[in-house]
Ligand binder design. Sequence first.
Ligand code: DX5
Ligand code: ZN
Length: 230
Amino acid sequence: MTSSDVLILPSLLACDFTRIAEEVERVEAAGADALHVDVMDGHFVPNLSIGPPVVSCVHKVAKVPLDVHLMIDEPVRYAKDYVKAGAHWLTFHAEAPEVLGDLPGAVAALRAAGAPQVGVSIKPGTAPEVLAPILADVDLVLVMSVEPGFGGQSFMPEVLGKLPALRALGFQGRLEMDGGLAAGTIPACAAMGCDMIVAGSAIFGSDDFAGTISRFRAMAQAALAGQPLP
Ligand code: DX5
Ligand code: ZN
């Protein structure tokens, strides 16, 4: 895997939670590069999902890295718990009340907590420019292409321009998108520079995980290749 490879990340939010371990094995066997794990607290978003004990269980059975997306009010407070639970990428939201006004402090705190890779995410209504003070210090930016909180929503094409805007601001790390990604939307994302593709319902809702993942990878690689590198 080189830094320019496209990564395909099934979002476990769409898996069958009565048999998470089997679902993890199935998507890994089908070619998933990493697993996207959605953490929701019922405050930052109007939904609840899983916390550190379940993330830790997923980590025990997973062979690929965990990409933990914290949709919670207090990402700094809980960072250590998610690092201990096995997060490889640990991503917080720039809009989280705890970090508002001190994004550099939040990045430093996640690194101090031991996160191997630190990411920051923005909701559809947040301008990429708010990330300017930390773009040199984060490993990935996750651009939400739906309002965070639920799987199965429709992609919002108006967020696509944020990807080149982040490059224009000097960001050189990974660009991830999450929400409504499927065959009809992945090429446009990759053409704008997205190299981490999260897909929940489009993968877990398909009856051929391997075919779906390899099709997504091929279309993303092709579209990304037409893209000037930063
Ligand atoms: C939404 C989550 C997503 C969700 C994506 O808040 O962050 O990761 O699982 O689901 P799909 O791919 O179905 O839009
Ligand atoms: Zn997510």
